[in-house]
Write a protein that binds this ligand. Structure first.
Ligand SMILES: *Cc1c(COP(=O)(O)O)cnc(C)c1O
Length: 449
């Protein structure tokens, strides 16, 4: 929790003036229904007028505490002044040329910064894209080209995106896959480590052995191009694998010439109290996919990794019209400077301490809370029917609704939709965070015991 060098433009306090959603939001919802595809849904149908720091102000003048950051994107705050200035300056210079047509320095500089920030001291190269799914796809393309193999291993509960290949890699059918097949082939799913739901006492090494056994029997290690893992699963429920799981999977991949792709689209850029979550376990990926928190809200993604793998792709094999857009690159460079100057890694750790202090008492006391888990500013509670491990999706929805009505924006996730997750901007001030956490604690206390 730090403050930006310039003060945020909106008061960093909660204020609820109308019902949520208010009348202006309701009017916009009616316009939306007649114009926007029904397949696009919104967590909270309040329409945003302005946002800054960790406050979202809606069109009815309510100020909501943002504990979601637009899904782990606005880590440096909504409308961070340094990002806004960089975007304005770059847009005035030029908005687009296409790096594949006529290149520019900002793209090169983002790739240089990525090489410095990502784990490992080996020589690295990067390609820039426009979304997380595109980053994951390009990592798989690169791994296949470099190894000459075709199989891809993914984990149970994984989320990797909504394109055809990444839908195949994503575990959960509804809403991500139902009715959208057939899916890309040669994607194989193996069990992950999910301490709450694994046999009691199962170690990370045992969970890895279970996954490797399935991979070797069902696919064969010598056919596998890439093993793709989220170091902490995001949409799947903020599942933190047992210690030792990731290192054991990484060692197996390395022993068999399998490219280890770590999907840090949600966990990356200081979110978990390390610049990248795989650092908590000392894992150095061959390729790392990033997006979400990289550019202060502008659309940008990247694959960064071993130069020998990245450069195995023929010229022209990677790219895209908008990939590495100069305005997005300028925003990324400004954001990357803020991660360091504001010590947002330290801020994420301080957020964890505040959230745990606020939620541990209710997690311990409430039989509806099976677990409070996560790392840094990526924390969640998994909700169950009291006395069981049966997922309680309705309870998660009720908690999110109660928070929204009080002016606090929280998200849900999980394979069963029964996890309430927190992804606050890393610049959130302590009083605002404590206020939001107290509202969430109250909503959890209201669950039936
Ligand atoms: C969000 C997410 C993606 C997909 O990113 P988009 O930008 O939505 O395409 C991929 N992997 C993980 C882990 C994510 O959280």
């Amino acid at each position: 929790m730090s403050t930006t060098s310039a003060p945020p433009a909106l008061a960093q306090s909660r204020s609820v003036l109308t019902a949520i959603p208010g009348p202006r939001s309701m009017a916009l919802a009616r316009r939306r229904a007649a114009a926007v595809a029904a397949g696009v849904s919104s967590v909270l149908p309040v329409y945003v007028a302005r946002a800054s720091g960790a406050i979202v102000e809606d069109v009815d003048g309510n100020r909501l505490v943002d504990l979601g950051s637009g899904i782990a994107v606005t880590s440096v705050g909504a409308a961070a002044p340094e990002v806004v200035a960089a975007v304005a300056a770059q847009a005035a210079d030029f908005t687009h040329t296409c790096f594949m047509v006529s290149p520019y320095e900002e793209y090169v500089e983002v790739c240089e910064r990525l090489a410095e920030l990502t784990p490992g001291t080996h020589e690295k190269r990067s390609v820039l894209v426009s979304s997380g799914a595109e980053a994951v796809e390009n990592a798989v393309k690169t791994a296949r080209r470099a190894t000459g193999r075709d199989a891809v291993l993914v984990l149970d509960h994984a989320y990797h995106g909504r394109t055809n290949l990444t839908m195949a890699m994503t575990a959960r059918a509804m809403p991500y896959k139902t009715g959208f097949g057939p899916f890309a082939g040669e994607v194989y799913r193996v069990p992950t480590s999910y301490p709450l739901r694994d046999p009691a006492g199962m170690t990370g090494a045992e969970a890895a052995a279970r996954a490797i056994d399935v991979a070797e029997r069902m696919v064969g290690a010598d056919r596998v191009a890439a093993l793709v893992v989220e170091p902490i699963q995001g949409e799947g429920g903020f599942v933190v694998p047992a210690p030792g799981f990731l290192p054991a999977m990484a060692a197996w991949a390395q022993a068999h010439g399998i490219v280890l792709v770590v999907d840090e689209v949600q966990t990356g850029f200081a979110r978990t109290g390390a610049m990248f979550a795989c650092e908590h376990e000392g894992v150095v990926p061959d390729l790392i996919a990033t997006a979400k928190g990289i550019a202060g809200g502008l659309p940008l993604g990247a694959v960064t990794g071993r130069a020998d793998l990245m450069d195995a792709v023929h010229p022209g094999g990677l790219g895209g019209t908008f990939g590495g857009n100069p305005v997005a690159c300028a925003a990324a460079l400004a954001s990357m400077a803020l991660f360091e100057s504001l010590d947002l890694v330290g801020a994420a750790r301080a957020i964890e301490a505040v959230v745990r202090a606020g939620l541990e008492p209710v997690a311990d006391a409430s039989p509806a809370v099976a677990e409070l888990r996560g790392r840094g500013a990526m924390l969640a509670v998994e909700l169950v029917r009291p006395g069981t491990l049966e997922p309680d999706r309705a309870a998660a929805a009720q908690v999110a609704r109660a928070c929204a009505a009080a002016g606090v924006l929280v998200l849900t996730c999980g394979t069963w939709g029964n996890v309430v997750r927190l992804l606050p901007p890393l610049v959130i001030g302590r009083p605002l965070l404590e206020d939001g956490v107290e509202v969430l604690a109250g909503a959890l206390r209201a669950l039936p015991a």
